[in-house]
Write a protein that binds this ligand. Structure first.
Ligand SMILES: Nc1ncnc2c1ncn2[C@@H]1O[C@H](COP(=O)(O)OP(=O)(O)OP(=O)(O)O)[C@@H](O)[C@H]1O
Ligand SMILES: [Mg+2]
Length: 393
């Protein structure tokens, strides 16, 4: 399967940063485990390409064995993400203090010279993007029960970030590649809090990774309004992906089926939602529950942010503790119309080229449920579109 992917560029900080010594300005940050660069080089066999397990908007990720024998995912932040050691560590402290069964655990970091590296618990079963949506590459069977557990686990993790952590955290990049699975297929949300590691004057919507555009709430993508409701929109799209086993955008499908959210709305209106459930389940699923999950996905992606339920309500709905029957569902905020517009107006990419000249979409002030982001950043989405996400169907 093929999905569009989009490049959200980050401005490179023009002010050259003075290299920092290992311990410069690190006073007052307790409880953050720090690794030396040498230690991480050894853990990854000098960041050997054979140990590289992925690459995202923030940099490359390597698998490594730490001195204590633990296997870790080691994320080397790219040059653009660098910031002062103190500021970096302050944010790292917030991330490492934020712990939950459904969040990836940060073991620690390395802040040495210009290096900024994060060390995470390694999750054995990769991401939902590579397994459930990655088709041919995975041997994992996602039964209906497993899918419901995953949806509920992610909802729990996001409820925690949105409603239990003080001050609350807007993830900004909820998507299948940021949902990792441990050996028991328990979902763990990764990359929360990372947006703040980019200096505030260059905080942009991430990332170059496939499919991201399909998760973006229109008000965020177009007007730069970032609230928890933008995460809830992305969660809604993810929910649809988990139930259907389809990537949010697949340009290989017939035109009317290319955008999953649009398609789900159509079938909802025709009362044919059940037809969307992943055929890989061979009919072995609870049809009523599956349709309920799809409807919750639609509730989360409604165009008006205020109509989207908050995460604790979503969680109750998924658990069957709150009824959704009789709830009015309004039309989703579809970014696909906007995408079509951009795709048509953008110069055609040359074959093999990864991106086209940027289309500056808009900028706007960051607004978190009418309060400002604690980092006080403003966000603007600068996007251009590029190639393709894979899933062989
Ligand atoms: N803790 C981890 N355990 C196992 N694999 C991981 C871990 N963290 C990341 N990965 C792998 O590395 C890949 C790249 O991760 P990364 O977060 O850099 O990029 P991404 O999630 O695809 O995009 P983004 O930068 O927008 O988050 C992931 O898709 C996953 O396959
Ligand atoms: Mg990620």
């Amino acid at each position: 399967m093929t999905c569009f992917s989009f490049l959200f560029s980050r401005k490179v900080d023009s002010t050259k940063k003075r290299p920092v010594e290992h311990d410069e300005g690190l006073s007052g940050i307790h409880g953050v485990n720090q690794y030396t660069y040498k230690e991480l080089r050894m853990a990854t066999d000098d960041f050997s390409p054979t140990n590289k397990i992925g690459e995202g908007g923030f940099g490359s990720v390597y698998k490594g064995r730490l001195k204590n024998g633990k296997i870790a995912a080691i994320k080397v932040l790219s040059a653009e993400s660098r910031q002062g050691a103190q500021e970096f560590l302050t944010e790292i402290k917030v991330i490492s203090d934020t712990q939950h069964e459904n969040l990836v655990k940060l073991y620690g970091c390395c802040v040495e010279d210009n290096h900024r590296i994060l060390v995470y618990n390694y999750l054995e079963n990769n991401s939902l993007a590579q397994t459930l949506l990655g088709g041919a590459h995975s041997s994992i069977q996602f039964s209906w029960r497993t899918r419901t557990r995953i949806c509920i686990g992610v909802a729990r993790g996001l409820t925690f970030l949105h409603e239990e952590v003080q001050p609350y955290i807007v993830h900004r990049d909820i998507k299948a590649s940021n949902i990792l699975l441990d050996k028991d297929l328990t979902p763990k949300i990764s990359d929360f809090g990372l947006a703040k590691l980019i200096p505030s004057n260059m905080t942009h919507v991430s990332t170059r990774v496939a499919g991201t555009i399909g998760y973006l709430a229109p008000e965020y993508a177009i007007r730069g309004q970032l609230t928890r409701k933008a995460d809830i929109y992305s969660f809604g799209v993810l929910l649809l992906e988990i139930v259907t086993g389809r990537c949010n955008t697949n340009t290989r499908l017939p035109v009317e089926e290319q955008y999953l959210l649009e398609r789900t709305w159509e079938l909802y209106e025709r009362r044919e939602l059940v037809g969307l459930v992943d055929t890989a389940l061979n009919g072995d699923f609870d049809a009523e529950e599956a349709c309920k999950f799809l409807k919750i996905g639609l509730l989360c992606t409604q165009d008006a942010p205020r109509l989207r339920p908050n995460m604790s309500t979503v969680l109750k709905m998924l658990l069957g503790e709150k009824d959704i029957d009789g709830k009015n569902i309004t039309k989703p905020g579809l970014i696909s119309d906007f995408m079509d517009l951009k795709v048509r107006s953008a110069p055609k990419p040359k074959p093999g080229m990864s991106n086209t000249p940027r289309n500056n979409v808009s900028s706007g002030s960051t607004n978190l449920d009418n309060s400002t982001l604690s980092s006080g950043t403003s966000t603007c989405a600068t996007m251009s579109f590029t190639a393709v996400c894979d899933r062989s169907t």
